[in-house]
Design a binder for this molecule. Structure first.
Ligand code: NAP
Length: 353
């Protein structure tokens, strides 16, 4: 399979997570003109794990190069993802993207496999309405993944209004990201577009599919996003009002018992427990908890009554793993397990398209 944006912060996490993957083998890399034409191993590698020789030896292509494999992950900058991903889908590729460009397209699934696997039905519209021979599937904004998983676990109590304040890690801004003099010992109370994404993407993810369209969930969400001097891991302080009365033990059980299709199918990157409930008052913390369970679980702690909306809690998730590369990988595993990618048999046999 291939990877667009292979040289970026998310792209490097894809390379790390794909090493030794039981179904997928990385054979094709692409990035901007600054990197294309060079050997991947000659470009800066910023993760604290060794880069495999076979990946280091791969050439970096331009995104439009005609020889991409059937399944392509995208960690492209959103400015180029719009055109490039649609072109690849039109030409017959399956594009599994992290970029925001197509997330709110009514024909494109915005997928969190534990929450809304039924949204994959939207893919049929891509051929019918766009004439694409392939397809495009997106994963949400990183903070949105964690919020939507927590609200999905509580869906049966009918969440009505949500207030969320995020404390987002520096790695979420890509590389080189926020200037060090701005980031050090500071809190920046603005991340462009982030609050709107949390509010709108969550409603789409929790929405129901009817006759090939997503009816957004009516939950009202008010988000405030901040950037804090944490390396990896977005924390979110959440307050929720439910339409149904709910007690602490019911909520604890709902978080602890939450499972989805990835767990039922035992997908390679599915965490056994998608939501990990913390009992200690001082957890979860990014530095201690974010790498647990391969970075694929969402951590919930500090569950307690909220005098304004009813209940409040703290969320933590790994923005580069569950919120980006790992989430996309789980999406692709679901596509293969459902037999949607034509060459699934080859992937499963360890071959590449
Ligand atoms: P990044 O570090 O800035 O990397 C961007 C990648 O896009 C690089 O590989 C870059 O290639 C490539 N690129 C930039 N301009 C290009 C062009 N004109 N043509 C082709 N390739 C181009 O960003 P990132 O943090 O990895 O984010 C990648 C995507 O994932 C973004 O859409 C972002 O919104 C999304 N995302 C990020 C996070 C996160 O926590 N960081 C979470 C969820 C989603 P060069 O190295 O050659 O410039």
């Amino acid at each position: 399979m291939g990877l667009l944006g292979a040289t970026g912060a998310v792209g490097q996490h894809f390379v790390r997570l794909l090493a030794g993957h039981p179904w997928f083998r990385l054979t094709w890399l692409a990035a901007s003109e600054r990197s294309s034409g060079r050997r991947y191993g000659d470009l800066p590698w910023r993760l604290p794990v060794a880069l495999a020789d076979e990946i280091a030896a791969l050439p970096v292509h331009a995104p439009g190069a005609g020889n991409a494999p059937e399944l392509v992950f995208s960690a492209l900058d959103a400015s180029v993802a719009w055109e490039c991903e649609a072109e690849l889908a039109a030409r017959g590729h399956w594009v599994v993207s992290n970029a925001r460009s197509h997330r709110m397209d009514p024909c494109v699934p915005l997928l969190v496999p534990e929450v809304n696997p039924g949204h994959l039905a939207l893919v049929e519209r891509q051929e019918e309405e766009r004439g694409w021979r392939g397809a495009l599937v997106t994963n949400p904004n990183c903070s949105t993944v964690f919020l939507s998983m927590a609200l999905a676990a509580l869906r049966r109590f009918s969440p009505r209004r949500v207030m969320v304040t995020t404390l987002q890690a520096l790695s979420g801004a890509g590389y080189p990201g926020v200037a060090s003099v701005d980031a050090a010992a500071n809190v920046i109370p603005y991340i462009e577009g982030e609050e709107e994404k949390l509010e709108r993407e969550t409603q789409k993810i929790l929405g129901s599919v009817d006759a090939g369209s997503v009816e957004p969930h009516p939950v009202a969400i008010s988000a405030q996003a901040t950037r804090v001097p944490v390396l990896d891991g977005h924390t979110e302080a959440v307050s929720v009002e439910f339409a149904q009365p709910v007690g602490r033990e019911e909520m604890r059980a709902a978080f602890a018992e939450f499972r989805g299709e990835p767990q039922a199918l035992a997908l390679p990157n599915a965490p056994a427990k998608p939501i990990v409930l913390h009992e200690r008052e001082d957890r979860p913390q990014p530095r201690i908890d974010v790498e647990a369970y391969g970075g694929m679980a969402v951590h919930v702690g500090r569950l307690r009554p909220c005098p304004v909306l009813g209940w409040k809690f703290v969320l933590l998730g790994h923005n580069m793993v569950r919120g980006a590369a790992g989430g996309a990988l789980l999406n692709a595993e679901l596509l293969v397990a459902r037999g949607m990618v034509a060459s699934a048999g080859n992937f499963r046999a360890g071959l590449t398209a």
